[in-house]
Design a protein around this ligand. Structure first.
Ligand code: NAD
Length: 502
């Protein structure tokens, strides 16, 4: 059993205050400093790979290959990407000025860190979901308070021990605990809160942030559908859906939650699923090292209750469970309808996959649109007309055609939800932007005061004419140009020389 020590709630305000002092000192604004911290994070990942894999195994029985692709490599890659691109990202960008009167000025957008930011992680990818947003926050020059999920206690304990050894303790701190500790954390003022987890707590986080008008990124979940179209490659679809569903034992925010399939393809799809499952995990998945476990007895009970409530006739594959081992077999259930009271109400978040036959693609679209916008949607189709029709008529945080999860792995794509599945996004450039304040900056000279005085009161029609020219310049047509020229000359004469007109 891991010994995760919770942070005393009385010490939380001073931890945040210390980070605030550090931020005010300007320490984290230095680009070389940020790169050094990111390099230290790379070292942390590389020097402790075995320990991290062991902790994640203890929490989730996650195979080292899943750890590598889902937890460790992406962090290293993201740090290295940020180090390589940080000079470019953090450079002030000039804007293309639109108004004549500002043409001699410097207008730039400065990329400034937001300040002290909070990152709240979730248990299902306990390293990735805590460190991935933090990479963006560190790169952007913020101080960071890490709040690992207490549910994945082994990993939380290890990360809280490692982070202070590799990162500067003055700028980056960890708070451990559950709802009580997080409640106290959320009472403090932050400059951005990045939360990953369920929507219920997402609302608590947003309400707490509202008290300080703190911006939030909410990475939530939901029921992500798979649509099998009549022109899908069924064998490939089955392999990819089963792989995506069973990766981390179905405990992935973008795991396929349910499958919509044309009625006449229902039986062949089940047969293809069966084949893929045996190929990946044998007839006895409990003995397969590649098959994970449910994170806790509480989540196991929740999933077992779902299986127990299903009509046994609809459990087509799997259904076996073993509480001592937190094992739930890959379980395929169908044919179901979209209003099924057991499996179609909440996000499943485990290795149970309901299959819903539909009469055509329009019915599939209607089903997707009748629910909250999903975090991800997957369409299997060999025909661009088919999938474009589905894309044009639905909405989701992200979408993959002919595969599962892969948009999450491709870090050039912004990752996030829409509507009920979250707000804001991150990964790569977008992570840097999320934790950056774009500060509009205009640097003017004190010259041209006489001309620019046309904007000062007392206001007159002549001044207004001059100001219009200073703002918008001459009209484009030749006739209007000549007319404007004479009008402006007359106005300028009145404003600058006939003082009596003022
Ligand atoms: P969890 O139990 O680890 O909770 C997430 C965080 O919220 C933890 O740090 C926890 O301490 C904190 N928390 C819990 N109760 C709280 C409360 N009352 N007040 C304040 N903080 C509290 O994780 P979870 O919520 O079970 O995660 C699973 C959900 O997260 C699923 O819905 C999944 O789809 C979603 N998820 C989304 C993403 C994404 O990137 N969009 C990634 C992973 C998981």
């Amino acid at each position: 059993m891991s010994q995760l020590t919770y942070t005393p709630t009385s010490s939380i305000p001073s931890i945040v205050d210390d980070l605030r002092q550090t931020f005010r000192s300007g320490l984290t604004k230095n680009i070389a400093y940020r790169k050094e911290q990111l390099s230290n994070l790379v070292r942390l990942m590389k020097e402790n790979t075995d320990a991290l894999e062991k902790a994640i195994w203890d929490d989730l029985h996650k195979h080292e290959m899943e750890c590598s692709v889902g937890e460790i490599s992406p962090i290293i890659d993201e740090c290295e990407y940020m180090i390589k691109n940080l000079d470019r990202f953090s450079k002030a960008t000039p804007t293309t000025k639109r108004f004549l009167m500002n043409s001699g000025d410097k207008t730039i957008v400065r990329k400034e860190p937001k300040g002290v930011v909070l990152v709240i992680g979730a248990w299902n990818y306990p390293v990735n979901l805590l460190l991935m947003p933090a990479v963006g926050a560190i790169a952007a020059g913020n101080c960071v308070l890490f709040k690992p999920s207490e549910v994945s206690a082994h990993t939380a304990e290890l990360i809280s021990r490692l982070l202070p050894k590799y990162l500067d303790k003055r700028a980056y701190a960890v708070v451990n605990g559950g709802a009580d500790e997080t409640t106290v954390v959320l009472e403090q003022k932050f400059d951005h809160i990045f939360y990953t987890g369920n929507g219920y707590v997402g609302k608590i986080v947003m309400a707490a942030a509202a008290k300080h008008l703190t911006p939030v990124t909410l990475e939530l979940g939901g029921k992500s559908p798979v649509i099998i179209t009549p022109d899908a490659n069924l064998e490939v679809a089955a392999n990819r859906v089963i792989w995506g569903k069973c990766f981390n034992n179905g405990q992935t925010c973008v795991a396929p939650d349910y499958v919509l399939v044309p009625q006449d393809m229902f039986e062949p799809l089940i047969a293809a699923f069966r084949k893929s499952l045996v190929k990946f995990y044998t007839d006895t998945p409990q003995k397969s090292n590649s098959y994970g476990r449910i994170v806790s007895a509480r989540h196991f009970d929740r999933l077992k209750t779902l299986i127990d409530k299903c009509d046994p006739k609809t459990i087509l594959i799997g259904g076996e469970t073993d509480k001592d081992d937190l094992f739930i077999a890959p379980t395929i259930v169908g044919p179901l309808t979209t209003d099924d009271e057991v499996l179609m109400q909440q996000e499943i978040f485990g290795p149970i996959l309901p299959i819903i036959p539909v009469k055509d693609m329009n019915e599939a679209i209607e089903i997707v649109n009748s629910r909250d916008h999903p975090l991800a949607m997957y369409v299997f189709s060999e025909n661009s007309k088919t999938y474009n029709h589905i894309l044009d008529n639905t909405n989701s945080g992200g979408v993959v055609i002919n595969d599962i999860l892969m948009h999450l792995q491709e870090l050039s794509l912004p990752f996030g939800g829409v509507g009920g599945s979250g707000m804001g996004n991150y990964h790569g450039d977008r992570s840097f932007d999320t934790f950056t304040h774009e500060r509009s900056t205009m640097i003017r000279s004190t010259g041209m005061e006489t001309v620019l005085s046309a904007r000062y009161p007392p206001y007159t029609d002549d001044k207004n004419t001059l100001l219009s020219l200073l703002v918008y310049g001459f009209p484009s047509s030749a006739g209007a140009k000549v007319k404007t020229f004479f009008t402006v000359c007359s106005a300028a004469w009145n404003v600058f020389f006939k003082k009596s007109k003022l």
